[in-house]
Design a protein around this ligand. Sequence first.
Ligand SMILES: [Zn+2]
Length: 430
Amino acid sequence: MYIDENRNLSGYSMAESEKRVCHRCIGNKALSKYIRTNGEMKRCDYCGGRSRSIPFEEFFDAIMDGVSYAYSRAVDELPVEHGEYVGKTYSSDELIYDELSEEINPQNERILDDIVDLMPDEIWCDADPFDNEVEDLDFYSWEAFCKMVREKMRFVFYRVNTDEDDPNDPIGILDRIAKYTQEAKLTRRIDKHTKLFRCRVFPDDKWPTDPGNYAPPKPEHAVPGRMNASGIEMLYLTLEEETAKQETYDRNREYAVVVQYRVEDPIYVLDLSRLDTMDLPSIFDRERRETAHAIKFLKQFADDISRPKVNVNIDTEYVPTQIMTEFFRYVRPKDRDRYDGILYKSTQNPGGKCLVLFMNREDVLTGKHGIHLNPAETHFYKKQYTEIVNDATSCAKKELLAKVLLQRYGNMPVKDIPASSVVAGKEKLG
Ligand SMILES: [Zn+2]
């Protein structure tokens, strides 16, 4: 271990070696948790409080464990020219006060001073000073994959012999993406009673009352989308009603219908939307720090697949994400049940979330996968998205939707429409 070989023992003073530091004095979550788990209820020399604390020496070992994970000794890694190291270096002071103080986040300045006092007088450099970051290399591979399937070949790449070690091996990059999503723990359960939304837009107020209009289109009508190739059925939903409206906005078709689906059996999805707010694990977090690279790569990847389309040719623009979606639907992950879909961030409504479910029309309409249309919560909008609230026409249409759903598809509506609305609707229907 690094510390044993390198610690300058003569730098120890008795005062430092006897000090204790408590979990409350350290802002870094991983270090604080380490102290809480391994500490004893003894007085802390920094805040004076009695809470779980460890000897400062032990805390220093944990700091040096993180330091030796992310940094190396310059003398071991960097070439020397004209008596100086070639590459970025840090003195022990610079490393602790400039590079790591925010990450350690001590609640008392003396803690940093005491760390520096114990550190060997060393010149440091980054752990791999001349390697590109692995996540950047992976992102180049993903970009190469996108270019290949857009411009070179699309259907047979999995049979073309490539060197397994070639970073641009197309199967290799898909496998790595799947592996990273597992490492970053991106599986998310969408619980029972969650409301999901789907918006369709029309040129006039003849809003259709066949629930089929709000399910995935039949294969012969399935146009290509961000996640599905032409002819392949999937259900595009959103987690917020506003996102559904923004994602489908069309100024020539301002008469919108937003239907609500309700989750009756939990579904499991790959959640790429979480990456935006996911913190990178600290170098002091021994359990999670190895996943930092996976998370860094996936953040770039998730941005890339959610970005507004740039190419006018939709047939080629979405090919990479369509392939990736099929890969998650049918190939990976191997070690658990397949995902039911992918959650990703909305392009049109910042902060909103879109969900594509791997479900075909029949399954959706019959409620086979636990997603049920809820006709009572259908919202109708006339020109410029002015909502029509429970007038006779909209009530009648809700009732019809529920009736067709039950009669044709045997799918019991989630909730009955209020009796008064039904009466009003019937009059109008005549
Ligand atoms: Zn303390």
